[in-house]
Ligand binder design. Structure first.
Ligand SMILES: *Cc1c(COP(=O)(O)O)cnc(C)c1O
Length: 356
Protein backbone atom coordinates (compact mmCIF):
# COMPACT_ATOMS: atom_id res chain seq x y z
CA UNK A 1 0.00 0.00 0.00
CA UNK A 2 1.24 3.50 -0.76
CA UNK A 3 1.52 6.20 1.85
CA UNK A 4 -2.07 7.15 2.74
CA UNK A 5 -2.10 10.68 1.34
CA UNK A 6 -4.15 11.66 -1.70
CA UNK A 7 -5.76 14.58 -3.47
CA UNK A 8 -9.28 13.97 -4.72
CA UNK A 9 -10.84 16.22 -7.34
CA UNK A 10 -14.61 16.62 -7.37
CA UNK A 11 -15.56 17.29 -10.97
CA UNK A 12 -19.21 17.91 -10.07
CA UNK A 13 -17.98 20.78 -7.90
CA UNK A 14 -16.17 22.23 -10.91
CA UNK A 15 -19.42 22.25 -12.85
CA UNK A 16 -21.39 23.68 -9.92
CA UNK A 17 -18.87 26.48 -9.42
CA UNK A 18 -18.98 27.36 -13.11
CA UNK A 19 -22.78 27.56 -12.87
CA UNK A 20 -22.48 29.81 -9.80
CA UNK A 21 -20.03 32.08 -11.60
CA UNK A 22 -22.35 32.24 -14.59
CA UNK A 23 -25.23 33.33 -12.37
CA UNK A 24 -23.12 36.32 -11.33
CA UNK A 25 -21.71 36.96 -14.78
CA UNK A 26 -25.03 37.33 -16.55
CA UNK A 27 -24.61 37.09 -20.31
CA UNK A 28 -20.84 37.60 -20.23
CA UNK A 29 -18.73 34.87 -21.77
CA UNK A 30 -16.45 32.99 -19.40
CA UNK A 31 -12.71 32.50 -19.81
CA UNK A 32 -11.98 29.72 -17.31
CA UNK A 33 -8.56 30.65 -15.96
CA UNK A 34 -6.49 27.46 -15.90
CA UNK A 35 -2.99 28.87 -15.48
CA UNK A 36 -0.50 27.14 -13.18
CA UNK A 37 -1.77 23.69 -14.16
CA UNK A 38 -5.31 24.83 -13.33
CA UNK A 39 -4.29 26.14 -9.90
CA UNK A 40 -2.78 22.73 -9.14
CA UNK A 41 -5.88 20.80 -10.22
CA UNK A 42 -4.49 19.41 -13.50
CA UNK A 43 -4.99 21.19 -16.81
CA UNK A 44 -6.61 18.30 -18.70
CA UNK A 45 -8.94 17.48 -15.82
CA UNK A 46 -10.03 21.10 -15.37
CA UNK A 47 -10.56 21.63 -19.08
CA UNK A 48 -12.73 18.51 -19.28
CA UNK A 49 -14.77 19.33 -16.17
CA UNK A 50 -15.16 22.96 -17.26
CA UNK A 51 -15.99 22.08 -20.84
CA UNK A 52 -19.02 24.38 -20.65
CA UNK A 53 -16.80 27.45 -20.29
CA UNK A 54 -16.57 29.65 -23.39
CA UNK A 55 -12.79 29.69 -23.44
CA UNK A 56 -9.68 28.95 -21.41
CA UNK A 57 -7.02 31.37 -20.23
CA UNK A 58 -3.49 30.37 -19.29
CA UNK A 59 0.13 31.44 -19.56
CA UNK A 60 2.31 28.87 -21.27
CA UNK A 61 2.26 28.28 -24.98
CA UNK A 62 3.06 24.63 -24.22
CA UNK A 63 -0.10 24.33 -22.15
CA UNK A 64 -2.16 25.93 -24.90
CA UNK A 65 -0.71 23.45 -27.38
CA UNK A 66 -1.58 20.64 -24.98
CA UNK A 67 -5.19 21.83 -24.78
CA UNK A 68 -5.43 21.87 -28.57
CA UNK A 69 -3.86 18.38 -28.69
CA UNK A 70 -6.56 17.23 -26.27
CA UNK A 71 -9.13 18.35 -28.81
CA UNK A 72 -10.05 21.66 -27.22
CA UNK A 73 -11.53 23.76 -30.02
CA UNK A 74 -12.69 26.74 -27.92
CA UNK A 75 -10.84 30.05 -27.70
CA UNK A 76 -7.63 29.96 -25.67
CA UNK A 77 -6.23 33.19 -24.26
CA UNK A 78 -2.53 33.55 -23.47
CA UNK A 79 -2.60 35.89 -20.46
CA UNK A 80 0.94 37.19 -20.95
CA UNK A 81 0.80 36.94 -24.71
CA UNK A 82 3.89 35.64 -26.48
CA UNK A 83 7.55 36.00 -25.64
CA UNK A 84 9.24 35.75 -29.04
CA UNK A 85 8.29 36.32 -32.67
CA UNK A 86 8.94 32.63 -33.45
CA UNK A 87 5.86 31.82 -31.35
CA UNK A 88 3.52 33.75 -33.64
CA UNK A 89 3.36 30.97 -36.23
CA UNK A 90 2.07 28.59 -33.53
CA UNK A 91 -0.43 31.14 -32.25
CA UNK A 92 -1.73 31.60 -35.77
CA UNK A 93 -1.80 27.91 -36.66
CA UNK A 94 -3.62 26.94 -33.46
CA UNK A 95 -5.94 29.94 -33.41
CA UNK A 96 -4.75 31.17 -30.01
CA UNK A 97 -5.72 34.58 -28.69
CA UNK A 98 -2.93 36.67 -27.21
CA UNK A 99 -2.85 39.41 -24.63
CA UNK A 100 -0.69 42.24 -25.95
CA UNK A 101 0.76 44.35 -23.17
CA UNK A 102 4.05 45.75 -24.50
CA UNK A 103 5.45 47.75 -27.40
CA UNK A 104 7.81 44.86 -28.07
CA UNK A 105 4.84 42.58 -28.71
CA UNK A 106 3.20 45.17 -30.99
CA UNK A 107 6.44 45.44 -32.97
CA UNK A 108 6.64 41.66 -33.35
CA UNK A 109 3.07 41.58 -34.64
CA UNK A 110 3.68 44.49 -36.99
CA UNK A 111 6.50 42.67 -38.74
CA UNK A 112 5.02 39.16 -38.66
CA UNK A 113 3.73 37.19 -41.64
CA UNK A 114 1.23 34.59 -40.50
CA UNK A 115 -1.21 32.36 -42.34
CA UNK A 116 -4.21 33.37 -40.24
CA UNK A 117 -4.56 36.66 -38.30
CA UNK A 118 -4.17 36.42 -34.52
CA UNK A 119 -6.92 37.81 -32.26
CA UNK A 120 -5.56 39.93 -29.45
CA UNK A 121 -6.61 41.50 -26.16
CA UNK A 122 -4.94 44.87 -25.75
CA UNK A 123 -4.07 45.08 -22.08
CA UNK A 124 -4.28 48.40 -20.30
CA UNK A 125 -2.58 49.27 -17.08
CA UNK A 126 -5.26 51.10 -15.11
CA UNK A 127 -3.54 51.06 -11.73
CA UNK A 128 -2.19 47.59 -11.03
CA UNK A 129 1.18 48.64 -12.48
CA UNK A 130 2.08 45.16 -13.53
CA UNK A 131 1.51 44.43 -17.23
CA UNK A 132 -0.16 46.73 -19.72
CA UNK A 133 -0.01 49.97 -21.65
CA UNK A 134 -0.66 53.26 -19.90
CA UNK A 135 -4.36 53.88 -20.33
CA UNK A 136 -3.77 57.16 -22.23
CA UNK A 137 -2.00 55.21 -24.98
CA UNK A 138 -4.97 52.99 -25.72
CA UNK A 139 -6.17 54.63 -28.94
CA UNK A 140 -2.64 54.84 -30.33
CA UNK A 141 -1.80 51.20 -29.61
CA UNK A 142 -5.20 50.14 -30.90
CA UNK A 143 -4.49 51.91 -34.23
CA UNK A 144 -1.13 50.20 -34.57
CA UNK A 145 -2.64 46.78 -33.87
CA UNK A 146 -5.50 47.36 -36.28
CA UNK A 147 -2.98 48.22 -38.99
CA UNK A 148 -0.88 45.10 -38.40
CA UNK A 149 -1.70 42.43 -40.96
CA UNK A 150 -0.96 39.67 -38.48
CA UNK A 151 -3.69 40.94 -36.13
CA UNK A 152 -7.32 39.85 -36.31
CA UNK A 153 -9.88 41.10 -33.81
CA UNK A 154 -8.70 43.58 -31.18
CA UNK A 155 -10.37 43.41 -27.76
CA UNK A 156 -9.57 45.30 -24.57
CA UNK A 157 -8.77 44.17 -21.06
CA UNK A 158 -7.39 45.28 -17.74
CA UNK A 159 -6.81 43.61 -14.38
CA UNK A 160 -7.90 44.83 -10.95
CA UNK A 161 -5.45 45.20 -8.10
CA UNK A 162 -7.98 45.25 -5.25
CA UNK A 163 -11.33 43.85 -6.38
CA UNK A 164 -11.25 41.75 -3.19
CA UNK A 165 -10.19 44.60 -0.93
CA UNK A 166 -11.15 48.01 0.37
CA UNK A 167 -10.22 50.00 -2.77
CA UNK A 168 -12.55 47.98 -4.97
CA UNK A 169 -12.69 48.56 -8.71
CA UNK A 170 -14.24 52.00 -9.25
CA UNK A 171 -11.10 54.01 -10.06
CA UNK A 172 -9.63 51.40 -12.39
CA UNK A 173 -12.95 50.72 -14.07
CA UNK A 174 -13.44 54.43 -14.74
CA UNK A 175 -9.93 54.71 -16.22
CA UNK A 176 -10.62 51.67 -18.42
CA UNK A 177 -13.92 53.04 -19.69
CA UNK A 178 -12.37 56.44 -20.38
CA UNK A 179 -9.43 54.93 -22.28
CA UNK A 180 -11.52 52.62 -24.46
CA UNK A 181 -14.51 54.93 -25.03
CA UNK A 182 -15.62 54.90 -28.64
CA UNK A 183 -13.21 52.17 -29.71
CA UNK A 184 -14.76 49.06 -31.26
CA UNK A 185 -14.02 45.70 -29.65
CA UNK A 186 -14.95 43.35 -26.84
CA UNK A 187 -14.02 44.11 -23.21
CA UNK A 188 -12.84 41.91 -20.35
CA UNK A 189 -11.99 43.16 -16.87
CA UNK A 190 -13.39 40.93 -14.11
CA UNK A 191 -11.54 38.32 -12.05
CA UNK A 192 -13.42 36.20 -9.49
CA UNK A 193 -13.64 38.94 -6.88
CA UNK A 194 -15.02 41.46 -9.35
CA UNK A 195 -17.53 38.97 -10.79
CA UNK A 196 -18.84 38.14 -7.32
CA UNK A 197 -18.95 41.68 -5.92
CA UNK A 198 -19.22 44.17 -8.76
CA UNK A 199 -21.85 43.34 -11.40
CA UNK A 200 -20.89 46.43 -13.41
CA UNK A 201 -17.57 44.76 -14.29
CA UNK A 202 -19.13 41.92 -16.31
CA UNK A 203 -18.52 43.38 -19.79
CA UNK A 204 -18.19 40.86 -22.65
CA UNK A 205 -15.86 38.29 -21.11
CA UNK A 206 -15.16 37.52 -17.45
CA UNK A 207 -12.01 35.76 -16.20
CA UNK A 208 -12.76 33.65 -13.12
CA UNK A 209 -10.01 31.56 -11.61
CA UNK A 210 -10.13 30.82 -7.89
CA UNK A 211 -13.93 30.71 -7.71
CA UNK A 212 -14.04 27.82 -10.20
CA UNK A 213 -11.82 25.85 -7.83
CA UNK A 214 -14.23 26.51 -4.97
CA UNK A 215 -12.24 28.97 -2.91
CA UNK A 216 -13.08 32.52 -1.97
CA UNK A 217 -11.16 35.50 -3.32
CA UNK A 218 -12.19 37.45 -0.21
CA UNK A 219 -10.68 37.48 3.27
CA UNK A 220 -14.05 38.44 4.75
CA UNK A 221 -16.47 36.16 2.91
CA UNK A 222 -16.21 32.38 2.85
CA UNK A 223 -16.50 30.10 -0.16
CA UNK A 224 -19.47 28.47 1.54
CA UNK A 225 -21.25 31.83 1.87
CA UNK A 226 -20.58 32.43 -1.82
CA UNK A 227 -22.09 29.06 -2.74
CA UNK A 228 -18.75 27.68 -3.96
CA UNK A 229 -17.75 24.05 -3.44
CA UNK A 230 -14.17 22.90 -2.98
CA UNK A 231 -12.86 20.87 -5.91
CA UNK A 232 -9.60 19.65 -4.37
CA UNK A 233 -9.62 17.69 -1.11
CA UNK A 234 -6.22 16.87 0.34
CA UNK A 235 -6.65 13.90 2.67
CA UNK A 236 -4.42 11.55 4.60
CA UNK A 237 -4.41 9.39 7.70
CA UNK A 238 -3.00 9.24 11.19
CA UNK A 239 0.02 6.93 11.09
CA UNK A 240 1.17 7.25 14.71
CA UNK A 241 -0.04 8.43 18.11
CA UNK A 242 1.87 9.92 21.04
CA UNK A 243 0.73 10.60 24.58
CA UNK A 244 2.35 13.71 25.99
CA UNK A 245 2.93 14.63 29.62
CA UNK A 246 2.58 18.26 30.63
CA UNK A 247 5.74 20.11 29.66
CA UNK A 248 6.61 17.90 26.69
CA UNK A 249 7.24 19.44 23.29
CA UNK A 250 6.30 18.48 19.73
CA UNK A 251 8.34 18.46 16.54
CA UNK A 252 11.42 20.27 15.27
CA UNK A 253 12.49 23.15 17.46
CA UNK A 254 10.02 22.05 20.13
CA UNK A 255 7.90 25.09 19.30
CA UNK A 256 4.76 23.59 20.82
CA UNK A 257 4.62 22.81 24.54
CA UNK A 258 1.87 20.65 26.04
CA UNK A 259 0.58 22.49 29.09
CA UNK A 260 -1.45 19.49 30.17
CA UNK A 261 -1.44 15.81 29.24
CA UNK A 262 -2.35 15.45 25.58
CA UNK A 263 -2.81 12.90 22.83
CA UNK A 264 -1.49 13.78 19.41
CA UNK A 265 -1.70 12.05 16.03
CA UNK A 266 1.08 11.99 13.49
CA UNK A 267 -0.37 12.69 10.04
CA UNK A 268 1.22 11.52 6.78
CA UNK A 269 1.42 14.94 5.15
CA UNK A 270 4.21 17.47 5.17
CA UNK A 271 5.60 20.37 3.25
CA UNK A 272 6.96 18.06 0.55
CA UNK A 273 3.31 17.27 -0.21
CA UNK A 274 2.49 20.96 -0.54
CA UNK A 275 1.23 21.63 2.97
CA UNK A 276 2.56 25.03 4.06
CA UNK A 277 5.55 24.76 6.39
CA UNK A 278 4.55 28.08 7.89
CA UNK A 279 1.19 26.79 9.15
CA UNK A 280 1.47 27.57 12.86
CA UNK A 281 0.22 25.52 15.80
CA UNK A 282 -3.53 26.01 15.85
CA UNK A 283 -4.10 25.67 12.11
CA UNK A 284 -7.44 23.90 11.60
CA UNK A 285 -7.43 20.24 10.53
CA UNK A 286 -10.13 17.55 10.52
CA UNK A 287 -9.48 14.12 12.05
CA UNK A 288 -12.10 11.37 12.10
CA UNK A 289 -14.66 13.95 11.04
CA UNK A 290 -13.86 16.27 13.97
CA UNK A 291 -12.29 19.64 13.63
CA UNK A 292 -9.12 20.08 15.66
CA UNK A 293 -5.76 21.89 15.34
CA UNK A 294 -2.22 21.21 14.30
CA UNK A 295 0.54 21.39 16.90
CA UNK A 296 4.26 22.02 16.37
CA UNK A 297 6.17 22.63 13.17
CA UNK A 298 5.19 21.00 9.91
CA UNK A 299 8.00 18.73 8.76
CA UNK A 300 8.80 17.40 5.29
CA UNK A 301 6.58 14.32 5.41
CA UNK A 302 4.54 14.67 8.58
CA UNK A 303 2.60 17.04 10.73
CA UNK A 304 0.91 16.62 14.08
CA UNK A 305 -2.76 16.98 15.06
CA UNK A 306 -4.19 17.40 18.55
CA UNK A 307 -6.36 14.35 19.29
CA UNK A 308 -7.03 15.15 22.93
CA UNK A 309 -10.70 15.90 22.28
CA UNK A 310 -11.12 13.00 19.81
CA UNK A 311 -10.54 9.87 21.91
CA UNK A 312 -11.86 7.60 19.17
CA UNK A 313 -9.16 8.78 16.73
CA UNK A 314 -6.06 6.67 16.29
CA UNK A 315 -3.81 5.10 13.70
CA UNK A 316 -5.77 4.83 10.47
CA UNK A 317 -8.15 7.68 11.24
CA UNK A 318 -9.05 9.79 8.23
CA UNK A 319 -7.59 13.29 8.06
CA UNK A 320 -8.68 16.19 5.90
CA UNK A 321 -5.97 18.78 5.41
CA UNK A 322 -8.26 20.93 3.27
CA UNK A 323 -11.18 20.61 0.90
CA UNK A 324 -14.54 19.09 1.72
CA UNK A 325 -15.34 19.96 5.33
CA UNK A 326 -12.47 22.42 5.79
CA UNK A 327 -11.93 25.22 3.30
CA UNK A 328 -8.43 25.66 1.96
CA UNK A 329 -9.08 29.36 2.60
CA UNK A 330 -9.03 28.73 6.36
CA UNK A 331 -5.76 26.80 6.27
CA UNK A 332 -4.26 29.51 4.07
CA UNK A 333 -5.43 32.32 6.34
CA UNK A 334 -3.96 30.59 9.39
CA UNK A 335 -0.69 30.26 7.45
CA UNK A 336 -0.57 33.89 6.39
CA UNK A 337 -1.25 33.22 2.73
CA UNK A 338 -4.11 32.67 0.28
CA UNK A 339 -5.66 29.46 -0.98
CA UNK A 340 -4.25 30.15 -4.46
CA UNK A 341 -0.74 29.48 -3.17
CA UNK A 342 -1.67 26.25 -1.38
CA UNK A 343 -3.61 24.84 -4.32
CA UNK A 344 -0.83 25.63 -6.79
CA UNK A 345 1.75 24.05 -4.50
CA UNK A 346 0.17 20.59 -4.38
CA UNK A 347 3.19 18.36 -4.88
CA UNK A 348 3.60 15.97 -7.78
CA UNK A 349 4.24 13.10 -5.35
CA UNK A 350 0.67 13.22 -4.00
CA UNK A 351 -1.47 10.55 -5.73
CA UNK A 352 -4.49 12.05 -7.45
CA UNK A 353 -8.02 10.72 -7.76
CA UNK A 354 -11.08 12.02 -9.45
CA UNK A 355 -14.74 11.97 -8.55
CA UNK A 356 -17.03 12.63 -11.53
C1 LIG B 1 -5.11 34.83 -12.61
C2 LIG B 1 -5.88 35.84 -13.37
C3 LIG B 1 -7.27 35.90 -13.29
C4 LIG B 1 -8.08 35.03 -12.34
O1 LIG B 1 -8.04 35.59 -11.05
P1 LIG B 1 -8.87 34.92 -9.83
O2 LIG B 1 -8.62 35.85 -8.70
O3 LIG B 1 -8.24 33.59 -9.59
O4 LIG B 1 -10.27 34.83 -10.25
C5 LIG B 1 -7.92 36.79 -14.11
N1 LIG B 1 -7.24 37.60 -14.95
C6 LIG B 1 -5.89 37.58 -15.04
C7 LIG B 1 -5.20 38.51 -15.97
C8 LIG B 1 -5.17 36.71 -14.25
O5 LIG B 1 -3.84 36.69 -14.33
Amino acid sequence: MPRPISATFDCAAFRANLATVRRHAGAARVWAVVKANAYGHGLARAAAALAEADGFALLDLDEAVRLRDLGMAKPILLLEGFFASQDLATLSALGLTAVVHSDEQVAMLASARVSRPIDVFLKLNTGMNRLGFAAERCADVFARLRDARAVGEVAFMTHFADADGPSGVAAQLERFHAATRGLPGLRSVANSAAILRFPDTRADWVRPGISLYGCSPFADESADDLGLRPVMTLASEVIGVQSLRAGERVGYGGTFVAHAPMRVGIVACGYADGYPRHAPSGTPIVVAGERTRTVGRVSMDMLVADLTSIPEAGVGSAVTLWGEGLSCDEVAAASGTVSYELLCALAARVPQRERT
